[in-house]
Write a protein that binds this ligand. Structure first.
Ligand code: M6R
Length: 610
């Protein structure tokens, strides 16, 4: 949540900072601000409510010149979105931007007020600015002052600080919220995500937990949590600057939906042989662990949780391994019982989701036999802190609504299930061949599914005036329906609920009327006949049904049943395939409703606070 960009250079940096903020805007977008030190050693700050574009418009009238600066795009935690609460926050000569939450900010605020500091915002960040001002009174350098402030802060945060008296230095501190240093020639940069800096550099140093960095134009000094000077390796980013462009698409979400065939090819590359899975590709030395796993605990949030819920069916049906799935924010605060030989799997697109990270740390304390992250971002905290990481390789996902991250997570999980079932003897050579064949056909299947776009666009008009909707599925399609409902509510703001269809008569049937569209995912499978009965129950009560199915299922259109016939696909990968029409439906409904598809209200892409 929130985005940070900083720079120390000889040239004017405002444009670089704003460009970086645009690229980070998906992380938070309710207000933005920038502070730059000019050549008279004065701090100049501009902030604005709303998106980065508003800030940019203001800067056009009021340009900021100077080579040292910090900027921020905000997702409000403490204090409403407003210009006053926007970062940077200033105390004396110091300006601070901050991601995350300072949990003890009330005590600190109180203490600072007693010392005479006057607060001009409702944020937790402002305490950092005043604390630095206070500590600087007894410190030689800004670095020393920040080092004194850090131990006083409780919470998860990443911050950047500048001092107008000493514009040669930008100080950064990381504790729970990612920060990356971008290496230039005679200039250096800082950001909460390397994406922000791709237009100026492709070389990065990732700060580790507890690190404090002193960044100047020609030098970078990093100190670990014990205050020792440390070397951190620089990495070359292998992502292109244009990943943050929409290309010919209207929205990132649309681009990312249509990228799925390629993303899935990347996910599988080097991991499948002609007709078998390459177990070693999951991780060096993971075979021994996988062979001995008796229980799996998956923890994740949002879309990633839904992917975990689908995987549970696969782990138990295909590989005969018991599997629990839990929302990370519940898992971390519950006294769960550790079952023998348990593998903890975290699922996360960003690898920075605060609750998922906390769940991982808890699991390590509890003594899980091993931890495996299924993640899209190499170098993320989750990847670095897990014993193993199986990367989803979706490519950068910018739309707040997760699409390609979900389908690549599913493919990654299906490969893992296959490997484990193969190792424990549950999946025969013949079965393995079938799964591999289905996986290899999937990118083409998805391409075919995308061909339904125009049909869905027309269908979506039925939803534009609706306030509520109900999604139904059974078996693996229940979590696919959960994901479909999450997508619709997230970007169209239509209330969407999901039920396992067998639950209908236990309550939700009371909701059915002509104003409640009911979307059913109903391909041919063992549960189809049961699902047909559930559909009849809805039809008999005047509900309007939209049934996504295949030809073999033999549904008949009627006044209140619309049938959307999808191409035939393999049963094993069909849940992944049926995700596509659901994504398209939510996208087109949101377009009609005129919502902000890529940056829906109140949300942010990466939830790095609790
Ligand atoms: O980065 P993560 O996968 O850990 O994020 C988890 C959720 O915040 C995320 O999936 C969220 O639910 C999506 N915006 C849904 O589209």
């Amino acid at each position: 949540m929130c985005g940070i960009v900083g720079a120390v250079a000889q040239r004017d940096v405002a444009e670089i900072l704003i460009n970086g903020l645009h690229r980070l805007e998906y992380r938070g977008y309710d207000s933005a601000g920038i502070a730059v030190v000019n050549n008279k050693k004065q701090l100049q700050r501009v902030r604005s409510l709303g998106k980065v574009q508003e800030l940019e418009n203001t800067l056009e009238k009021q340009p900021l010149l100077g080579g040292t600066g910090i900027a921020h795009t905000r997702w409000a935690t403490h204090g409403e979105p407003s210009e006053n609460n926007a970062h940077p926050h200033i105390s004396g000569n110091f300006a601070v931007v901050h991601n995350g939450i300072i949990e003890n900010y009330e005590i600190l605020r109180h203490r600072l007020q007693e010392k005479g500091y006057i607060f001009s915002s409702q944020t937790d960040t402002e305490v950092i600015a005043h604390l630095i001002e206070w500590e600087m009174r007894s410190s030689e350098t800004l670095l020393d002052a920040v080092k004194k402030v850090v131990p006083q802060l409780i919470g998860a945060y990443g911050m950047a600080v500048i001092d107008s008296n000493d514009p040669e230095h930008l100080i950064a501190a990381r504790s729970g919220s990612p920060l990356v240093i971008g290496l230039g020639i005679g200039e250096n940069f800082l950001a909460s995500d390397q994406l922000a800096l791709l237009s100026v550099t492709h070389r990065f140093i990732f700060l580790e937990e507890g690190d404090v960095a002193d960044i100047s134009r020609r030098q970078i000094n990093i100190y670990n949590r014990n205050g020792e000077k440390v070397e951190r390796l620089a990495h070359n980013a292998n992502i292109e600057a244009d990943v943050a462009d929409k290309g010919q698409h209207r929205h990132f979400m649309q681009k990312e939906i249509f990228e799925q065939p390629t993303a899935l090819i990347n996910t599988m590359e080097g991991r499948l042989n002609h007709d078998s899975i390459i177990v070693e590709s999951i991780g060096n030395g993971i075979n021994e662990i996988l062979k001995n796993v008796e229980n799996i605990q998956i923890v994740a949030c949002g879309t990633s949780y839904n992917a975990g819920m689908v995987a549970r069916y696969w782990f138990e049906n295909l590989a005969g391994i018991s599997c629990n799935v839990e929302i990370a924010s519940e898992f971390r605060y519950r006294q769960s019982v550790l079952r023998p030989n348990s593998l903890l799997i975290t699922l996360s697109q960003s690898g920075e989701t605060a609750d998922t990270l906390a769940a991982l740390r808890l699991a390590k304390e509890k003594g899980y036999m091993s931890t495996l992250a299924i993640c899209n971002v190499a170098g993320s905290s989750l990847v670095r802190e897990s014993d193993f990481a199986f990367m989803t390789r979706a490519g950068v996902e910018i739309g707040v609504a997760s699409t390609k991250a979900f389908t690549t997570q599913l493919v990654t999980m299906l490969m893992l299930v296959t490997a484990m079932g193969k190792l424990n003897g549950h999946i025969s050579v013949e079965k393995e061949k079938l799964i591999i064949k289905a996986l290899q056909a999937l990118p083409k299947d998805i391409e075919n599914a995308l061909g339904i776009d125009e049909q869905i666009k027309i269908l979506s008009e039925d939803f534009a005036e609706k306030h509520h909707s109900l999604f139904l599925g059974r078996g693996e399609y229940y979590p696919i329906a959960m994901e479909a409902a999450l997508k619709l509510k997230e970007i169209s703001y239509i209330h969407a609920e999901t039920y396992a269809a067998g639950e209908l008569k236990h309550g939700p049937l009371a909701l059915i009327d002509a104003d409640m569209p009911v979307i059913v995912i109903a391909p041919t499978n063992d549960l189809l006949e049961k699902l047909k009965s559930n559909i009849e129950e809805v039809a008999a009560r005047g509900g309007q049904l939209y049934v996504f199915t295949d030809r073999d299922a033999n549904f008949k259109e009627s006044e209140n049943i619309k049938v959307i016939t999808m191409p035939e696909v393999n049963n094993i990968t069909a849940p992944i395939f049926y995700t596509i029409p659901m994504q398209l439906l939510s996208y087109h409904v949101a377009l009609i409703k005129g919502t902000d598809v890529d940056q829906p209200r109140n949300l942010a892409k990466s939830v790095t606070v609790e």
